[in-house]
Design a protein around this ligand. Structure first.
Ligand SMILES: Nc1ncnc2c1ncn2[C@@H]1O[C@H](COP(=O)(O)OP(=O)(O)OP(=O)(O)O)[C@@H](O)[C@H]1O
Length: 293
């Protein structure tokens, strides 16, 4: 039975008279990958920062494993769009620094083994002793991901981690992330602007309405199988139904639901599932049960 790891209850953020969002409610289950999408400025980064304990909300609560989150902690790992590596340290030293802060009692060898394990997972073993200035943007972002995973957080928070990467690199790192998440059953909360990325990675997608008074308006359950692959995703008819639903929300519905018009408790929807008419051919339905309209 999956456990509820995080509860976000009635979260709000105000600046003076301006309410960016309010009535934001959702939960995260242990081991699930959740993406949040919504227009620029609706408050996604603020929500992620509150989950990270880096920012205080104006109202509401976040609980993780039944404890209120109000400060940063090593049970939560964060990866931002900019990699935020220490430029004077090598890849090995950057990650070792994080590992040592989580497990201060570990020996040098234990720390190094942990570093090497996660560097290998993102395919960067040859770059272990390089400094960030010697790495490409994609490689730096991989180091950031390895560093976040290396502290084995209960929840990983990703703020558009691939936003600055070219499409090819982005695709490769998405695949790596999927593989690591499948292997570690990592709980992930990720912001993205890319609907295809959300469908590839997420088990559930939170759709956020526009501000002011933005809210999570709806939760889309990804009904495609969890072993979906980037290369074959588009062969599944569910993919188009989900994609159309997300794009329709972003283009049409998100604006009409601003000013607190979205429900405080968002419904879960499964747009990927085939309409009944597609699943049961009319001929197979007994005549007595058919509509006579
Ligand atoms: N100090 C401030 N005073 C007033 N408004 C602020 C302040 N800081 C942030 N905001 C507003 O809060 C809103 C939410 O910002 P946030 O970065 O969380 O949005 P976002 O959805 O992550 O946007 P993006 O997708 O562009 O990153 C924005 O509309 C921003 O203008």
């Amino acid at each position: 039975m999956p456990t509820e790891l995080v509860q976000v209850q009635g979260l709000a953020k105000r600046y003076g008279d301006a309410t960016v969002f309010d009535g934001v409610n959702f939960t995260l289950t242990e081991g699930e990958f959740v993406c949040i999408i919504g227009h620029s400025g609706c408050g996604k980064t603020t929500i992620l920062n509150v989950l990270a304990g880096l920012e205080q909300a104006s109202g509401g609560h976040v609980f993780m494993a039944n404890r209120e989150v109000n400060a940063p902690g090593l049970e939560r790992g964060v990866v931002f769009q900019g990699h935020a590596l220490m430029p004077w340290l090598t890849v090995r030293q950057n990650i070792a620094f994080a590992v040592r802060s989580k497990w201060p009692g570990w020996s040098r060898a234990e720390v190094d083994a942990q570093v090497q394990k996660y560097v290998a997972l993102v395919g960067l073993t040859p770059a272990l002793d390089k400094k960030p200035s010697q790495l490409s943007g994609g490689m730096k972002q991989r180091v950031g991901i390895a560093r976040a995973f290396a502290i084995e957080p209960r929840m990983l928070l990703l703020d558009e981690p691939f936003g600055a990467l070219d499409a090819l690199t982005r695709g490769t790192i998405q695949d790596e992330l999927l593989k690591i998440c499948a292997a570690t059953r990592q709980t992930v909360f990720m912001i993205t602007h890319d609907v295809d990325e959300a469908i590839l990675l997420a088990d559930r997608i939170l759709l956020m309405a526009n501000g002011p008074q933005a809210r999570v308006a709806e939760i889309v359950v990804n009904t495609m199988s969890r072993d979906r692959q980037r290369a074959t995703l588009h062969h599944d008819p569910q993919y188009y139904r989900i994609r159309n639903h997300l794009v329709d929300f972003l283009v049409e519905r998100s604006a009409t639901l601003s000013h607190g018009k979205a429900p405080e408790h968002p419904p879960e929807v499964r747009p990927g599932l085939a309409p009944v008419a597609e699943v049961i051919p009319l001929e197979s339905v007994p005549t007595s049960l058919r509509s006579h309209a």
